[in-house]
Design a protein around this ligand. Structure first.
Ligand code: C5P
Length: 246
């Protein structure tokens, strides 16, 4: 499995996490079963978890693929640590918190994840930071009192995340290089906004192909509609993995 991914030592399909952006548990379970062996894991987000909670998570996880739980926790350190303890029994492979919660929040999140994994006898999940949401641009940052550019802020938050015990960062394809330059190779870059050659871009503004993203330094590719919207999702995932292998 994709425990410590490096460009040379991991099979391409392990890098692909398929985003199941749905509230329909039955549909999510069917897709997760179909994709077993074709992708490295499944991403479940706020939409799915708010609708279906821990039970829905477990039903998808029962398909046998690792789960990326993308809930983007952001609160005072004590509350974030408590939320992490609450989801720890589900044993997600990775989950997200906002780096803008600050250094202490990040440290407490990393500590809570490690403590709970040890307590439950699980592998420690990757605690992944969210930096500047891609829905925000420079003028949005200025409006909330951040005078630096988006790129400068992403680089700063990436470095801060690694310094404070996080395992990686979610970043857009165009931020891969600057996040990589701000951190070392052990720090994982989780990258959405991926589109195979010739597939519909949809509402994604800045996209990159799977092969280019891996070449640029992405560890995990989060891919939704190009797989879930395909007539044959397993075949679509296989084609994407093959395209990474070149
Ligand atoms: O269907 P698509 O491949 O665009 O799905 C990408 C997934 O990655 C969705 O779950 C989306 O919410 C998520 N995501 C994103 N861009 C970000 C952060 C997360 O597309 N900046």
């Amino acid at each position: 499995m994709a425990q410590d991914l490096k460009p040379s030592d991991c099979i391409a399909s392990d890098r692909i996490y398929c985003a199941l952006d749905t509230v329909d548990v039955g549909k999510a379970v069917r897709l997760a079963r179909t994709l077993r062996g074709k992708v490295g894991g499944i991403k479940l987000g706020l939409e799915f978890f708010c609708a279906n909670g821990a039970d829905g998570f477990s039903r998808v996880a029962d398909a046998g693929l690792p789960i990326f739980l993308d809930l983007k926790f952001h609160d005072i350190p004590n509350t974030v640590a408590g939320a992490i303890r609450a989801v720890a029994p589900l044993a997600p492979k990775l989950f997200t918190i906002h780096t803008q919660g600050g250094p202490e929040m990040m440290r407490r999140a990393a500590d809570a994840a490690a403590e709970e994994a040890a307590k439950h006898g699980h592998t420690k999940p990757w605690v992944i930071g969210v930096s500047v949401l891609t829905s925000l641009d420079g003028s949005d940052l200025h409006a909330i009192g951040v005078s630096d550019s988006v790129d400068t802020q992403v680089g700063r938050l990436a470095a801060l995340a690694q310094e404070n015990g996080l395992d990686g960062l979610v970043c857009s394809p165009r931020e891969i290089t600057l996040a990589r330059n701000a951190t070392d190779d052990a720090f994982k870059l989780i990258v959405p906004g991926i589109r195979p050659m010739g597939s519909a871009v949809g509402d994604q503004k800045r996209v990159m192909t799977p092969a280019d993203a891996v070449q640029a330094g992405a560890d995990i590719l989060v891919i939704g509609r190009p797989i879930t919207g395909a007539e044959d999702p397993a075949a679509a995932a296989q084609t994407i993995a093959d395209s990474i292998n070149g």
